[in-house]
Design a protein around this ligand. Structure first.
Ligand SMILES: NC(=O)c1ccc[n+]([C@@H]2O[C@H](COP(=O)([O-])OP(=O)(O)OC[C@H]3O[C@@H](n4cnc5c(N)ncnc54)[C@H](OP(=O)(O)O)[C@@H]3O)[C@@H](O)[C@H]2O)c1
Length: 248
């Protein structure tokens, strides 16, 4: 059994998840890199982390598929003997207006963002044998306030926020469950979707945020690390990391 803390981060081939994975590996955690499609990015990150740590396992698994997720946890336990922390980060947007939203677009986003969080959390809980576990879900403020053209995504994230509270009640005291709600975080996905490579758009966004900057994945890491690493009294909470962009 690994003497280190073992963390599984879903959707960690790119964006926020990739930075979280590398940052936890640098803090001497054993890490499980998960992705569903982006083979090349996953391999690049795997090689990058392998230079300084051999405590890394790479698993291709669709978080919305029960058998694939169960197999991922089995592989993780075979390799490290346990999983102490789960970050449910995998997510995607398939935007469209409410009237044009198809069943397929609705289902794919709900399956990945919400059902994936349910399945991974349950498999984590089934496999967990320790005393001090953590689940951190990644929500979105639009799961509270809504936004145009994102009925599937906002509904899924609303579900993730409520799921967090239910799990925090049922899994305590052995597992604490919290939800980090990022603001605008600089990832390729976000920059492209909001057309923020356009300087005017970017400046307008920055000006609308009280802290006057777009967030970084490292901003999310600092909060996740604090929740996991310190013996805090925090459980079942939404933690906004958004520069004051949205205040709950
Ligand atoms: N960036 C922001 O400003 C922001 C704001 C609020 C909330 N969030 C949330 O933060 C999380 C990460 O966002 P991001 O901007 O880093 O996104 P991203 O760069 O698009 O990365 C998403 C990750 O999820 C993985 N993924 C997607 N579907 C999956 C599935 N079915 N099974 C396993 N992995 C899957 C992707 O890997 P594959 O390509 O291999 O599928 C990728 O590694 C998401 O939950 C997002 O909703 C982001």
């Amino acid at each position: 059994m690994s003497e280190k803390k073992v963390i599984l981060i879903t959707g960690s081939s790119k964006g926020i998840g990739a930075v979280l994975l590398k940052s936890f590996a640098l803090k001497d955690f054993d890490v499980i890199l998960n992705y569903s499609k982006s083979e090349k990015e996953a391999l690049t990150l795997f090689n990058e982390i392998s230079v300084f740590s051999n405590g890394i396992l790479k698993v291709k698994a669709d978080v919305s598929d029960r058998d694939q997720v169960r197999d991922m946890f089995n592989q993780a336990v075979d390799r490290f003997g346990k999983v102490d922390v789960l970050i449910n980060n995998a997510g995607l947007n398939i935007d469209d207006s409410f009237l044009n939203m198809t069943d397929e677009k609705w289902k794919k986003v709900i399956d990945t963002n919400l059902t994936g969080t349910f399945i991974c959390s349950q498999e984590f809980a089934f496999h967990f044998k320790g005393e001090n576990g953590h689940i951190i879900n990644i929500g979105a403020s639009t799961g509270i306030r809504g936004r145009k053209n994102g009925v599937n995504y906002c509904s899924a994230k609303a579900g993730v926020i409520t799921l967090t509270k239910c799990l925090a009640l049922e899994l305590a005291p052995k597992i604490r469950v919290n939800c980090i709600i990022p603001g605008l975080i600089n990832t390729e996905e976000l920059m492209t979707r909001y057309n923020l490579y356009d300087k005017n758009n970017f400046d307008n966004k920055v000006n609308s945020i009280p802290l006057q900057r777009i967030g970084t994945p490292e901003d999310i890491f600092k909060v996740a690390y604090f929740i996991i690493n310190e013996d805090t009294y925090i459980n079942g909470q939404n933690i906004f990391v958004n520069g004051g962009d949205y205040m709950g």
